[in-house]
Design a protein around this ligand. Structure first.
Ligand SMILES: O=C(O)c1ccccc1NCC(=O)[C@H](O)[C@H](O)COP(=O)(O)O
Length: 201
């Protein structure tokens, strides 16, 4: 079964609906760079209403601060490319971490460093310049079992991503009515596509 993370959730109402519809992970972006920004305290509030793991997404800042601020979340997704020193530092903590890796051949060395440093979940995603390279993504998904994929997934193209057989898929903007507000019908469509895809395989 391919798991589903709905990300960029910014209200309790959307979190409850995401879980009800069948999301496996509830993602919130607790970084001010995002138009979907929610405060760190939001994680604690959401966890009162959902049983599925809550992922807090962080981009900027020193790793020690990120880990401290994300302590209420079940997973911390660090959404930037880390330095060697940062990867080494992160290794000394026992936390559920999701590490972002741009799905582009340029990041092959970085991908290998990430998967050899610890048992992290990995999110293959677009970067500022490039869309997800599905060919590269397929290769990496086949090599390491805990690789998920995101970056422009929507109901119309989700099958292209499911065909790579990732550990999970990550969707935010493709299921929105507007930034920070989810569209129930698009969320349902994604879940329907995933279930259909899984049932015929
Ligand atoms: O959502 C944001 O605004 C955001 C800002 C900065 C870093 C990460 C951000 N979101 C991450 C996600 O929503 C997902 O983990 C993933 O990138 C999929 O997003 P999308 O391409 O919008 O489906």
């Amino acid at each position: 079964m391919i798991r589903v993370k709905f990300c960029g959730i910014s209200s309790v109402e959307d979190a409850i609906l995401a879980e009800k519809l069948g999301a496996d992970f509830i993602g919130v972006v607790s970084d001010t760079v995002s138009p979907r920004y929610v405060k760190n305290e939001f994680v604690k509030i959401v966890k009162r209403y959902v049983t599925k793991p809550v992922v807090t997404v962080k981009v900027k800042g020193e790793l020690g601060k990120i880990l401290e601020e994300g302590k209420e979340a079940d997973f911390i997704q660090i959404h930037r490319v880390l330095t060697d020193e940062e990867l080494q530092y992160l290794n000394s903590f026992r936390r559920n971490i999701i590490l972002y890796v741009p799905a582009s051949g340029k990041f092959e060395t970085y991908f290998r460093k990430v998967v050899s440093s610890s048992n992290y979940m990995v999110l293959l995603d677009k970067d500022n310049e490039n869309k997800v390279d599905l060919y590269v993504a397929k290769k990496w998904i086949n090599e390491y079992s805990k690789v998920g994929i995101g970056g422009g997934i929507k109901p119309e193209n989700v099958r292209d991503f499911l065909s790579l057989n990732p550990y999970w898929i990550d969707i935010s903007s493709g299921i929105e009515l507007y930034k920070g507000k989810k569209d129930p019908s698009k969320m349902s469509l994604i879940i329907k596509e995933v279930r259909e895809w899984t049932s015929i395989r």
